[in-house]
Design a protein around this ligand. Structure first.
Ligand SMILES: [Zn+2]
Length: 256
């Protein structure tokens, strides 16, 4: 019996998995849907959703239609990102020069626009995209923002537009800042979003996490959790501890 072309492709895929192991398996398996804003995920899940293992925080167009920005707002974080406009805007700080033996004090050096060879760094790529949008010559760059609230615990903060960028002189050096605005439209890939979602202050998320002991507030499950804002949609009041809860996927499905 002659195998169909589709079957041969399956045999080939199986051979590649056996030959190259898990790395190849990740590359050829179907990409799952991304989480909803507020969902708690691991770093591995994030990489699977995006189809990449990220080695830097800024990733311009890591996929054909969007980039990825990683951030941490912990006091120990090396960058100073801010949340503004009641959670609808992030002021994202650019990246530092690459660490090397010749640059031992990168935190005191200007954040770079170009590499030595002349190409644009991630700062430069996002800065150019922000200027193009501001000048009306292109649509805004889209980025998905993932935030690490504590070691190994990540949250998907949603899809944002890069609407502005500038270089800010600090006392000891120049840094890049980018204004990211939360998209009010659904994510174009899987049309999932939450009309009630806003980026919550990290201290608040940590308090909720501690209060709930990292578990669903209704059933106690520790799987597929999501930070859920219980305020009415469109509320202009900053959510308080009582307005936020952790719910698992099963409990969330019963809300809709
Ligand atoms: Zn639950």
């Amino acid at each position: 019996m002659v195998a169909s072309p589709g079957a041969w492709m399956n045999y080939l895929s199986l051979f590649q998995i056996l030959k190259h192991g898990n790395q190849m398996e990740c590359r050829i398996r179907r990409k799952p849907v991304i989480p909803c804003p507020g969902e708690v995920i691991t770093y591995e899940e994030m990489c699977l959703y995006e189809g990449h293992r990220f080695s830097s925080e800024m990733n311009y167009r890591s996929s054909y239609d969007h980039g990825v920005l990683l951030m941490s707002l912990t006091p120990e974080a090396s960058h100073c990102h801010r949340i503004e406009s009641n959670g609808n805007t992030i002021i994202y700080e650019g990246h530092n020069a690459a660490q090397s033996q010749y640059k031992p004090i990168i935190r005191f050096m200007d954040q770079p626009m170009h590499f030595h060879a002349g190409g644009l760094t991630q700062n430069g790529l996002f800065f150019k995209a922000a200027l193009d949008f501001r000048n009306g010559t292109s649509s805004p760059e889209l980025v998905r923002v993932y935030e690490e609230i504590k070691s190994g615990i990540w949250i998907y903060d949603g899809l944002f537009k890069v609407v502005d960028g500038w270089q800010e002189p600090n006392p000891d050096r120049s840094v890049f800042r980018f204004r990211l605005e939360l998209c009010s439209e659904p994510d174009p890939v899987n049309m999932r979003y939450s009309e009630n979602w806003r980026v919550l202050p990290q201290s608040l998320k940590l308090e909720v996490w501690k209060r709930n002991e990292g578990r669903c507030s209704r059933c106690g499950s520790a799987l597929h959790l999501r930070f859920t804002i219980t305020q009415r949609p469109g509320s202009s009041v900053t959510p308080s501890l009582e307005d936020i809860t952790l719910l698992c996927r099963r409990e969330r499905s019963q809300l809709t």
